[in-house]
Write a protein that binds this ligand. Sequence first.
Ligand code: PLP
Length: 463
Amino acid sequence: MNEPSLPTLLQAASERATAYLETVRVRPVVPSQAALDRLGELHHALPQQGVDAMEVLRRLDEIGSPATVATSGGRYFGLVIGGALPATVAANWMATAWDQNACYRWTSPIAATLEDVALQWLRDLFRLPGDVAGAFVTGASMASLTGLAAARHALLARIGWNVEAQGLYGAPEIRVVVGDEVHVTVLKALSILGLGSERVIRVPTDARGRLRAECLPDLDARTLVCLQAGNVNTGDFDPAEAVCRRAKAAGAWVHVDGAFGLWALANRDFDALTQGFTLADSWATDGHKWLNVPYDSGIVLVRNAVHLRAAMSVNAAYLSEGEAGEREPSHYTPESSRRARGVEVWAALLHLGRDGVSDLVARFCRLAKRFADGLSRHGYEVLNDVVLNQVLVSFGSPETTRAIIDALQADGVCWCGGTVWQGRPAMRISVANWATTEADVEQSIEAMLRAATRVSAMGKAPT
Ligand SMILES: *Cc1c(COP(=O)(O)O)cnc(C)c1O
C-alpha cells in the first residue's frame, strides 16, 4: 500500500470538502438517480487487504458527496435542519484531529474547559441562574431523556424512593402531564424511562398548537409537566408563565422541550413568546438546529445540579473523582466515552457573540415571514400565525397540496416536507440554516409556484 503523507491526505480532504461546500448551493437539493445508483458500488465484500487512505477518501467524495442531501446549501426546509457555520466546521476538524475523549476532565482538560465555558455562555443567553447544571449530548431527544431522568430522580427521591437503585417496580406513581402537541421524542424518552408514553395526561391545545393552561389538571409534588418552546408545525410556544407558576406552587417539575425555540430567549423581541420558560426545572435544546453547529449536538440544562448528577453519575474504583468544585463531565451525561461536543458550541457562540445569536434568531423568523407573505400574495393559504420560523401552507385541496409537495421535491431547487395540521394536509417550511438568504427564499417561492402551475396543468390535461 502506498500511504500518502499526513499533510497530503489532510490537504486532499480539505480540498474536497471545500469544493463540496462551494458547490452545494447550486446543485439540486436531492441527489440525482445517477448518484443514488452509484451507491451500489459501495456494496462489496470486506477486502482482505485494505486500500490506501487517499483511495478511501476518493471513494467517499466521488460516490458519497453526490449522494448527500444538500442540507447545508441554504434551501432545505424540511424537518428542522440547521446548517453548520464555517467557524464550527473548522472547529470540528480541529477537535476531530485532537480525538479527545470528553468523558473526564483528566482525559481531556480542554474538552472539559470548553464545556464549562460554553455552559456558562448558554446560561447567560437563556437567562438562567449561574448554578444551572448542563451536559452535551447527541441531540434534543437525548437531552430530554437526560432532563427527564433528573426529574424522575427528584420527584421520587422526595418521597424516599431511590429510583436509580430500586428501579420503578413498586415505586410510587409519578403523574406525567404533556400538551396534546408534545413532540414524539419526549414520549419516547418517557417510554425509555419507564414512565410510559400512553399513561401520560394529554392537555388539549389551542388553534396555534399551544397547551391550554386552563385545562391543566391539578398539579402536585409527584407531577412532571412537559412543555414545549417551538411547536414543530407552527413554531408556537406553550404558555410557560402560567404553567410554571402553578407547577412551582404545587412542587411539580417542569421540563421544556426547546429543541429550536429555546434560542428565542437570546432575542428580547421574542419576550412575549418566551415568557416564563426560565422558570422551568429542566430544558432540552439542540446545537445542530438553530445554533448551526455540525451534527450531532444537543444540550440539557437542569436547574438543580444534584438531581442531574444523581441520575447520571456512576462510580467505579478505577474511575477517579474530579477535583472538588470542578465539573466532571461524565457525571452529567448518559454516555461515558464521548466526542468533545462542547468544542463546536463554544466556537459558534464565540464567533457569533450575543448579537450574532440574536440576529440569527431574528433572521430565521424574518425569512419565514417572507415565505408566508410571498405565498399568501399568490393566493395560497398560510395555516399558522408565523410567530417563529415555521410556515404551514395549503395549496387548496389535500390532493393538490400533496401533489405540489411531490412536484417541488422532485424539482430540486428547494425541499419542503408535508404535514397534517389540525386535519389539513400542508406543506411545512422550516427556516433554520445560517446560509439561507433572501434570494434563496425568492428562488424557493418561484419553485413552489412553478410546482403549483405544473400540478394544475396536469390536473387539466386529459388522461
Ligand atoms: C428536532 C426536535 C426534537 C428532537 O431533536 P433531535 O436533535 O432530533 O434529537 C425534539 N423536539 C423538537 C420540538 C424538535 O424540533
